[in-house]
Design a protein around this ligand. Structure first.
Ligand SMILES: *Cc1c(COP(=O)(O)O)cnc(C)c1O
Length: 477
């Protein structure tokens, strides 16, 4: 459900006059050309082309402008990635200077360059102490492909090449390459993938509101879901299992935060059976929860981390895998690792990433999320929606949140046609010039980390209007 077309289906509101720079074409011309030649990701192009895409032409801070001059507040930081907000000159300057100095050189054949060296040293500084080595790619999907390659190499180099299986979770999201899509647990993607990567299996997700039965507490339920990992390892044989991968909190799957019992149990099981623990930090990384990395929020220590999105705040594409010292040692000391991408460690992307990490560090943006804007946002959401007639759960920490729409919140009863309700609500948001995403019947927020209290007020009041309108339309207000 999460990335589908209806997400951008759009009814044109009256154009606002302000904020518009000159542009080459009219909105109608842009739409016609877009419909004629552009196939969008995760979209039903027939429906989208008939409705017309919203054309985003510029952005500043936490605001976007469309081609009709409407000013829109971006509650999703683009696609969970624009952590430092739009329009930071430091990042633009870093790219421009690097493009002039050395626009490209590879890192394959005994060569390296200053930007990738600076970035690696800086990542070693901002990641937990045991992470000191980084492998680069261009996206989160490629990061997870790389995770598979590293995990298999790690065991193969130690004479344990039977350890092939990677265990992942239903409704997890790990990207859309063949490996990323197979690792993810999105049924609607698997349906269109007759060929998947071998040796990948899934266990259930720790989604309390939607899937807990009986009188289990959230803690008991999360523990039971974590213990499915142990059962799956025993079924496959630990000698056949390479790794477990999970997002510390599920992002695209609906901002699902597991109870505090979940990750310690997952970690215990991985250690007991000698299985690599991989945290996909593509959304959680670089400050989202108020910690630099989301696994720190949940209190566990992964062996590998997948990084992308907030690594460059989305200004240019870049992904990476962070290797714990105990994994790096094996990869480094056992001869050639036969994996690489032309743009691994691309100098322009690396220069932008360095500028981005320096902003996050030197402007204490992550600390501000932890001590100020994060708690403010979470409290305001709870004050606003705790007793709302169609909100069943408010999940999140720092500057990420998932609001569960529910027919009967107290009875944990979801809407029978869950996704439709999310779409209704999402359309109200869109028409109110708030970008808020719907995954099925969960409404998601993940604004730029530089957002102010005043801008948080604006997002939450616009979200309330949209959710109130949804309740009213359903006759549940
Ligand atoms: C977005 C995302 C990915 C995929 O990243 P791309 O850059 O789109 O390939 C992987 N994992 C998680 C958790 C993500 O949110």
């Amino acid at each position: 459900m999460s990335y589908r077309t209806d997400e951008v289906a759009y009814v044109q509101p009256a154009a606002a006059a302000s904020g518009q720079t000159s542009q080459a074409r009219s909105t109608a011309q842009y739409r016609a050309l877009d419909a004629a030649h552009h196939i969008h990701p995760f979209s039903d192009m027939g429906t989208l082309n008939r409705a017309g895409s919203r054309v985003i032409t510029k952005a500043k801070g936490v605001y976007l402008w469309d081609s009709d001059g409407n000013k829109i507040i971006d509650g999703m930081a683009g696609l969970w990635c624009v952590n430092v907000g739009y329009g930071r000159k430091e990042l633009a300057d870093a790219a421009y200077q690097q493009l002039q100095e050395l626009p490209f050189y590879n890192t394959f054949f005994k060569t390296t360059h200053p930007p990738v060296i600076e970035l690696s040293a800086l990542l070693a500084e901002v990641t937990p102490a045991a992470f000191n080595h980084f492998f680069y790619c261009n996206s989160g999907s490629e990061g997870n492909d790389t995770v598979l390659r590293i995990a298999h190499r790690f065991w193969g180099a130690q004479g344990k090449s039977s350890k092939k299986y990677v265990i992942s979770r239903k409704n997890g999201y790990h990207g859309s390459t063949i490996a990323g899509g197979t690792l993810g647990g999105m049924g609607y993607m698997h349906e269109q993938m007759p060929s998947k990567v071998e040796h990948i299996v899934h266990i259930d997700q720790p989604y309390f509101f939607g899937e807990a039965e009986g009188n289990l507490t959230p803690e008991e339920f999360a523990l039971a879901r974590a213990q499915q990992l142990e059962a799956k390892i025993l079924e496959l044989g630990a000698e056949n299992v390479a790794a477990f991968i999970g997002e510390p909190f599920q992002g695209a799957g609906g901002v699902i935060f597991p109870a505090s019992t979940y990750w310690p149990e997952i970690q215990r099981i991985c250690r007991k059976y000698d299985i690599l623990l991989v945290a996909d930090e593509v959304i959680g990384g670089f400050g989202r929860t108020g910690e630099w990395f989301a696994h720190q929020h949940f209190g566990f220590e992964p062996d590998l981390m997948t990084l992308a999105k907030g690594l460059t705040s989305g200004y240019v594409p870049m992904g990476a895998v962070a290797l714990h010292d105990r994994v790096a040692k094996v990869i480094i000391e056992n001869g050639e690792f036969n994996h690489g991408l032309t743009y691994s460690g691309h100098p322009v992307a690396a220069a932008v990433a360095v500028a981005n990490l320096k902003l996050l560090r030197d402007e204490k943006i992550v600390e501000r999320v932890k001590t100020d804007t994060g708690p403010y946002f979470q409290n305001l959401l709870r004050e606003t929606f705790s007793n709302h007639p169609i909100i069943g759960e408010i999940a999140g920490a720092g500057l990420v949140a998932g609001l569960q729409l529910a027919e009967d919140p107290k009875a944990r009863k979801r809407f029978a046609n869950g996704g439709d309700v999310g779409t209704i609500c999402r359309d109200y948001c869109f028409n109110g010039n708030l970008i808020m995403r719907a995954t099925g019947d969960r409404m998601l927020l993940s604004p730029p980390l530089v957002i102010t209290r005043g801008e948080i007020d604006e997002i939450v009041s616009k979200a309330k209007k949209a959710i109130d309108a949804t309740a009213q339309k359903l006759g549940l207000s």
